[in-house]
Design a protein around this ligand. Structure first.
Ligand code: 13P
Length: 289
């Protein structure tokens, strides 16, 4: 006798469209299997002036014309000054706009910083928080990551929060302890509903800009660990909904095998996002997983 039947319903944490539960009934028990929508984001870092950025997104829109928005979220994160020229080109298109940082205050005496209301008015939807380059060179800590995250959520910006270990930490066997600390500090005070809307980017520092990618197996093992930590803190249902991107020398040649891993839901791309055709190729490889 076969008691199984399947159905799909949108997940209900935020009412957003980032995934579906496959519901399966086994002997009367409901089993929920999350299928998460792929998210590929380009972090341009300190590259592209306004006019260069505009040319890049104009070319990118042509390249991604055939991709379906129901299959993938595509995001680009230009430098602050480039946002103004890129935003009108992307408005209403399938490529979403992100920023690379956000301050925790709405305004005030914080020279050099940019606030969430400023980003919202500039047409920004996503924001990267706690990138390792900010942790390494600009004194970002888990506490400031958490404050920026709270501000982003308050303003209904979609946060992409970066975590990751250094080479020394990996070689010293401290990867899990480092990630656990970043997760507990960075996501402190969030409830499961808020956490379900956060994108986590696992970026091993030793793989960023080095051409040295984590193997799919190594990345998957770490992603699965991150998901188990989220489950311990926020519950299994929330952990199943959170999208976890891989970042660190992801390119068209390795995107497919990385995103094919069960706990890798997309990528945060540096160098390979700076050229339209190559970035579009990477997205199509990820979708072919
Ligand atoms: P690369 O893709 O250039 O290694 O950079 C990764 C990264 O830091 C994205 O945020």
């Amino acid at each position: 006798m076969d008691f199984r039947r399947t159905a799909a319903e949108p997940w209900f944490f935020t009412g957003s469209d980032t995934g579906f539960y496959e519901i399966e009934y086994r002997n009367g028990w409901e089993i929920r299997q999350m299928s998460r929508k792929v998210i590929i984001a380009g972090n341009w870092k300190m590259n592209k002036t306004g006019s260069e950025g505009r040319a890049l997104v104009e070319a990118l829109l042509k390249e991604v014309a055939s991709f379906s928005e129901s299959e993938v979220d595509i995001v680009v994160c230009p430098p602050f000054t480039t946002l103004a020229q890129v935003a009108p080109v992307l408005a209403g298109t399938k490529v979403k706009l992100g920023a690379q940082n956000v301050h925790w205050a709405d305004n005030g005496a914080f020279t050099g910083e940019v606030s969430a209301p400023m980003l919202k008015e500039a047409g920004v939807e996503y924001v990267i928080i706690g990138h390792s380059e900010r942790r390494q060179y600009f004194g970002e800590t888990d506490e400031t990551v958490n404050r920026r995250l709270q501000a982003a959520l308050k303003a209904a910006l979609k946060p992409i929060v970066c975590i990751g270990e250094s080479l020394e930490e990996r070689e010293g066997g401290r990867t899990e302890a480092v990630l656990r600390q970043q997760i507990r500090g960075g996501f402190a005070g969030l409830d499961a509903a808020a956490m379900a809307g956060v994108v986590v980017a696992y970026e091993p520092v030793w793989a960023i800009g080095t051409g040295r990618t984590a193997t799919p197996e190594m990345a998957e093992e770490t992603h699965a660990f991150i998901r188990s930590e989220l489950a311990a803190l926020f519950g299994a249902e929330c952990a199943a909904a959170v999208r976890i991107q891989y970042g660190g020398s992801m390119k068209a040649a390795n995107a497919r095998e990385l995103v094919a891993q069960p706990d890798i839901d997309g990528g945060l791309i540096g160098g390979a996002a700076l050229e339209a055709a190559g970035f579009a190729k990477l997205i199509s490889e990820a979708l072919a997983r």
